[in-house]
Design a protein around this ligand. Structure first.
Ligand SMILES: Cc1cc2nc3c(=O)[nH]c(=O)nc-3n(C[C@H](O)[C@H](O)[C@H](O)COP(=O)(O)OP(=O)(O)OC[C@H]3O[C@@H](n4cnc5c(N)ncnc54)[C@H](O)[C@@H]3O)c2cc1C
Length: 368
């Protein structure tokens, strides 16, 4: 008997129609749509942190559709159909996000995106024609990718590729709003650590609460899913993020991509957020351990001081680590685990763009 829980605690949660494991952007959207589809059903989100302590509140807040070198890499490593589908998922997902959260609430700003290069654009005119054909199919926008002149720093090549539809948000404000919507609709929350799913009995085993029975369950644990379902085929990947102090004369304001999206930076007010760099030490970064990789930290510092700023007279005031989840299939989809359990984990580096749509799709699978 668990004497730390009251009768009321036990009674409140004991049996749920739907349980979402994980309250990041995917879990919270799924819960909202479940309540909209079936208002009388009991919907519970279980998470061991508040307001999505996973990637959903640690990301860079890019609302983006893939940088040229990233899309070309997808085409080379998979095929053009997959690359087109990925663009479409991001495009449709971003539209859903903007439907779910009013742009001003999450500080959405369509500042435009740019890919910068070290020496030469590495994207040929033929590449641009190919990328624009893909983009036109999805978005109906002509000449979406355009060769431009970058003005961020003369350490980068003068030519960049510009992507005018990209933007940025404050992810914490996004999550906060989604939580308020969910609470307003009657979604319940339980702050606990999930230990295992007993699939054959539709039970969740929790560290503090004990066991809860569900009718159906959506697993949205992203990079942490292996701690609960080992056969999920989702790999955790770590990313380091640095934030500078205020820098008075930053004249650019874009979301910036470098080297297939491995490095990214943007402004937050007058500060710079710079993250990524896992390509410097791939193997070490397949990890969900919250720790700073010194090699990557040093690489990012050097990138900041020698490439973006060309001075070391700016202080880094904060750094943190976020955990992404990458599935086998680069396109995140909802998968059935059993008749009653569905997995929507492994959003890669694009959960802001696609998480709202995947959450909706998960809800639709669960109510079937
Ligand atoms: C540093 C960084 C930068 C990024 N930048 C961008 C970007 O600019 N644009 C973009 O589109 N995407 C970006 N991403 C990716 C995006 O943030 C993710 O794809 C997205 O947030 C995933 O959402 P999710 O709901 O699937 O998972 P998460 O937000 O990770 O949610 C999983 C939840 O499960 C909970 N949990 C895990 N294990 C347990 C357990 N055992 N018990 C209880 N709870 C548990 C966690 O607390 C967490 O809240 C970035 C990610 C990182 C880390």
């Amino acid at each position: 008997m668990n004497i730390s829980l009251s009768f009321w605690d036990l009674d409140f949660y004991k049996e749920q129609d739907y349980i979402l494991l994980g309250g990041g952007i995917v879990g919270i959207n799924a819960a909202i749509h479940l309540k909209k589809l079936q208002p009388n059903k009991k919907v519970l989100i279980i998470d061991d942190s508040w307001l999505g302590g996973g990637a959903s509140s640690k990301n860079a807040g890019f609302v983006c559709y893939g940088s040229p070198t990233e899309i070309l890499d997808d085409i080379e490593n998979s095929n053009i159909i997959l690359a087109a589908e990925l663009i479409e998922r991001r495009w449709e997902g971003s539209k859903k996000l903007l439907e779910m959260v009013p742009p001003n609430i999450m500080d959405f700003n369509k500042v435009g995106g740019t890919e910068v290069f070290e020496d030469g654009t590495k994207v040929s005119k033929d590449d641009i024609i190919l990328l624009n054909t893909l983009m036109l199919d999805v978005t109906k926008i002509e000449n979406y990718f355009q060769i431009g002149e970058q003005s961020i720093s003369n350490s980068f090549h003068s030519k960049s590729v510009e992507m005018r539809e990209e933007g940025r948000i404050d992810p914490k404000k996004m999550m906060n709003y989604l939580y308020q919507i969910a609470i307003g609709l009657g979604v319940h929350f339980l702050n606990d650590t999930i230990i295992e799913i007993i699939a054959s009995e539709n039970l969740i085993n929790l560290k503090k609460y004990g066991q809860i029975k569900f009718g159906k369950c959506g697993v949205t644990l992203n990079g942490y899913i292996n701690q609960v379902i080992q056969s999920s085929n989702v790999t955790p990947v770590r990313n380091v993020v640095l934030i500078t102090e205020d820098i008075p004369d930053l004249r650019w304001d874009k979301v910036v991509h470098f080297n297939k999206g491995y490095v990214y930076f943007r402004k937050i007010g007058n500060k710079i957020l710079l993250g990524g760099g896992r390509n410097i030490d791939f193997d070490a970064e397949y990890s969900s351990e919250v720790a700073i990789n010194q090699k990557i930290h040093n690489y990012l510092l050097d990138f900041l001081y020698s490439k973006i700023l060309k001075t070391t007279k700016v202080e880094v005031i904060h750094q943190y680590v976020g955990i992404l989840g990458f599935g086998n299939d680069k396109i995140p989809r909802v998968k059935s685990y059993t008749d009653t359990i569905f997995i929507a984990s492994g959003m890669g580096g694009m959960g802001v763009a696609i998480g709202s749509k995947v959450g909706l799709e998960l809800a639709e699978h669960l109510v079937k």
